[in-house]
Design a protein around this ligand. Sequence first.
Ligand SMILES: *Cc1c(COP(=O)(O)O)cnc(C)c1O
Length: 390
Amino acid sequence: MRWGRVKTASHPRESRAYSTRLSSFGKFFLPGPTEVRPEILQAMLRPVIGHRGPEMEALMQRVAPRLQALFRTRRPVYVSTSSATGLMEAAVRNCVRRRVLSLVCGAFSERFYKIAQACGREADRLDVEWGDANEPDSLAEALAGADYDAVTVVHSETSTGVLNPLAEIAATLREVSPETLLLVDCVSSLGATPVDVDAWGLDFALTGSQKGMALPPGLAFGVASQRAFDRSRETPGRGLYFDFEAFESAVAKLQTSNTPAASLLFALDAQLERIEAEGLEARWARHRAMAERTWRWVDELRENHGLELRLLAREGRRSPSVTCVATPAQVSGVELVRRVAEQGYVIAPGYGRLKESTFRIGHMGDHTLEELGALLENLTSIILAMGQKR
Ligand SMILES: *Cc1c(COP(=O)(O)O)cnc(C)c1O
């Protein structure tokens, strides 16, 4: 099957533009959606099935334990036909009766805060500079004397490439304010780096299909602790579509609460099998290797060519799935993305206010070191050319 080539208004005739042929893989490095393997796309090409029949039950029976293994939980994993933001809203609606504290370190963690406000909750925010991480110490300070139903946090902040110390944050919250629930966005971390839902005591952990899991966009997954589930039953105004109780009873029946995106579930079924075959630890190691390769590349460009490139996140707080690189003035993120596209590659400019001053490489999902290496080689010559003309 051939779907032609991507055409954009700015360079409609680009002969080497990113190919969207179904058989190609290895050139699409957005930090979400990430590239999906051809065989996973192929898995969707089958007739739609009814969602109350035995075929769907068999599918849900296959995916349920594999989802639990991915989240490292014994609790049921909810399957939602929505993007990840839907389950961020679910987290707030089900778990926050009155007041929430949002840890903010970038655009997605700020979204959690905005969702809480939009749902009519009292929301406080604890901000750090974009590029910095939310640290347990400042959380402990913010909790002193306060009374929050929940704290929201993003594990891997995709807008800045920061990985927050989630296990430590969870431990601190348990110690300082044991009744407060921890609501966690694991969208670009789950499947890419350890997320240990039960052992770390996360009360609600959620992800979307199109990042670390390397599926097409359109599904989201979440797991609620028993106490978060109990809390939700007493939370008024939690709505219907994202009610934990509806998810929970659907999982128990090997169903989904409403009509699911069945085609995406076929892809999920196939991809969970691939992830299991690779092994979770091997998957984390592959992400770690890709991230380190990217960080080294930035250092080498700076040291060998005197270009003022630097990683936005500091050592020890860097995401294994997305790297955000701050550039000197002559290397605009937007222009770089355009030039890389001419070579057939897709990367992302900075997010929001960082659009021009940074660029981002998504090395997540099913990408490999080899493919990443080829991208970085291309990037090197483009950046050097941009850096020279002042
Ligand atoms: C992409 C992303 C989201 C939003 O996901 P949608 O699927 O677009 O709703 C939320 N949080 C993080 C960290 C993300 O990377």
